[in-house]
Design a protein around this ligand. Sequence first.
Ligand code: PRX
Length: 646
Amino acid sequence: MSEHVVHPVPEEWAKNALIDAETYAEKYRRSVEDPDGFWREEAQRIDWIKPFTKVNESSFDEDDFRVRWFEDGTLNLSANCLDRHLPEKAQDVAIIWEPDDPNTPNRIITYSQLHADTCRFANALKANGVKKGDRVTIYLPMVPEAAVAMLACARIGAVHSIVFAGFSPEALCGRIQDCQSDIVLTADEGLRGGKKVPLKANVDAALEKVPVRRVIVLHHTGADVPMVEGRDVWWYDEIEEQNAQCEPEEMGAEDPLFILYTSGSTGKPKGVLHTTGGYAVWTAMTHEYTFDYRPNQVYWCAADIGWVTGHSYVVYGPLANGAITLMFEGVPNYPDFSRFWQVVDKYQVEIFYAAPTALRALMREGDEWVKKTCRKSLRLLGSVGEPINPEAWEWYHKVVGDGRCPIVDTWWQTETGGHMITPLPGATDLKPGSASMPFFGVQPAIVDPASGEVLEGACEGALIITDSWPGQMRTVYGDHERFFQTYFSQYPGSYFTGDGCRRDEDGYYWITGRIDDVINVSGHRMGTAEIESALVEHDKVAEAAVVGMPHDIKGQGIYAYVTTTAGTEDTEELRQDLIQWVRREIGPIATPDVLQFAPSLPKTRSGKIMRRILRKIAANDTGNLGDTSTLADPDVVEHLLANRPG
Ligand code: PRX
C-alpha cells in the first residue's frame, strides 16, 4: 500500500527550511489555540494603510452567519504587490513571460516596469469610466497584460472577474450578465500550442446577448479583428497618454477584490467572491511557507490565470512576496514533450508547480523527454487541482526531480483562496498521494456523510473545516443565501468542502475526490448539472444525465447519457453533433468523452435518476451495481449495460 511509502524530509531541508517539523508543530498549535495573537503577527507581512484592530469575526452559525477578517483595517493589494517593493527591488524581475512559441521573444518585466504598466492601465480604466466597486470582466490569454489588468483593478478598487480564455461565448455571456459588468478586457487572439484562439470573436458573439459599454482589446497576435465603433478600443491607444503614476485606492479589508466563477453541484456556476485583506495575508503566507520561497528564486506556477491557482499563485501571492513569477503562455507538449523542462532550464526555475493531469500526460510519453534536459536548478515541486496518483507522484519525484526535490501536494479550492492541506517541504515527511497536514489555522475534520457525526482517528468520510481562515470566500456574488446553503447547511457550524477524505493512523489526510455532483476533469471543475443543461438545450434531447468516469490522463472524464426526443433516430452523426454542441456551449474542457444514447434512464419510482448506477456503468464497474430494488424499471439498466459504447 502506498500509504506505507514515506519519503522523509531531506536533511538539508530539515536544516535550512523556513519551517521545520518542530516549528510547524509549534506554529500550528498556536494558530488554533491563540488564533488572535497568531494572526495579528502573521498579518504584518502585509502593509496596512490603517492597521486593523479586529481579527477574526466570522461565524458559521446560521443566526449569526458571516465571514470577516481584519475588518477595520485598510490596504491596497496592488500597492502590496508593487509599490512597497520599489525602494529595494525596482530593477528586480517581477514577471518572466515565456511565449507559446519558443522562437518568439520572451519578456522580462521588472517591478518598476510592472508598477508603471499597472498605473498606466489603472488610469486608462478610470478614463474609461471604471470606478471603485465596478466589475471588470477579463478574458485574456496568459500574457503579462493579464496580470497588469488584475493589479490595475485592485489598484482602483474595481472587482475583476476573469473568465478562462478557453470558455465559450455562451459561458462568457453568462458570467458577464451575472456580475453585471459593463466592460470587457480581451485580446485579438490567444495562442496555445501553435493554435489560435479567437478571443475577440468570442467576445463579439457573447456581447450579442449582453451588450456592454466598452471593450478594451489587446493587440497580441496581430490578427485583423473587427472593432465596433463607440464600443471597442485598443489597449495601446488607451494607455498611450496615461501617466505612470496612479495613487492606490484605500480599500477596506472586506472590500471585494475579485469574483471567480466556479462550478457547483447544482445550477449555474457561482461567482465566488474574495475580499482584500484576508486574501492578501493568506496568499502571501501560503506562497512563502508552502514553497519555502526566498528572495530571487525563480518560481513557476504553470496554471492559467483563468483559474484560482493563477490568481493566488501566479499573481497575488508571489508578487506580494516580491518574487520572480514565471508566466507561461503555452502548453506542455508544444513544440514537443520536453517544453516544461526546457523552460525550467532556460530560466533556472527552482520551484515548479503544476497539475497532475499534465504530469500524467507527459509520463505517458516516456522518460527521454525529461532526461534530455538538465533540471538541476529545481529544488521543489508542487501539485495542485486534483488527487495525484502515487505512480504519477513517484514519476514526478524520481524522473522530473531526480529524487532530490520534495513534492508539495496542495489541497485547496477556489473557495478557500489558497492552500489548506499541504506538506511543508522542511517539515513534513511525504506520503505519495496524500496532501498530508493542515496549514496554519486550518482545522479540518472528517464526518460520517450520513449522520454528520465527527469521526476520530483513522477514518474516512466527508471533509469539513470547522472554523474560518483568512482566505475564505465571503459570499456567492449576488446570492448570499446560496453561499450559506451550499457550504454551511449540511454540517451545521462547519464549512463543507464537497470532498471525500481519509485520515490515516499518522493523521495524514488523503483526499479521495468530490462526493457531490462535481467532476474534476484535468484539474478543472465541472458541474454535471451544467453539462446536462447544455445538452437539453439541444432540440433533439429530451433528457440527459452526466457523470464522471475514471480516466487515465484526465483523472476523470465526462460520461453523458442522453435520451433523445420521440421520433429522433439515434445516429452516430447525432452523437458527434451532441458532443460538439456541448463543446461549443461551454468550452472544449466540457467535451464529453463518452456519449451513450439511453432510451430511458434508471429512475426510482418517484422519478429520481439513480446516478450511483450510472456512475458504475460509466466506470464499467458492473459486477456490483448495489441495490437496484428501488428502480422503477430494472430493464433499463440491462439495456444500458448491453449498449455501453466501446
Ligand atoms: O476535489 C478537490 C480538487 O479540486 C477541487 C477544487 O477545485 P477548484 O476550485 O477548481 O480549485 C482547484 C485549484 C485549487 C477540490 O474540491 N483538488 C484540488 N487540489 C487537490 C484536489 N484533490 C486532491 N488533491 C489535491 N491536491
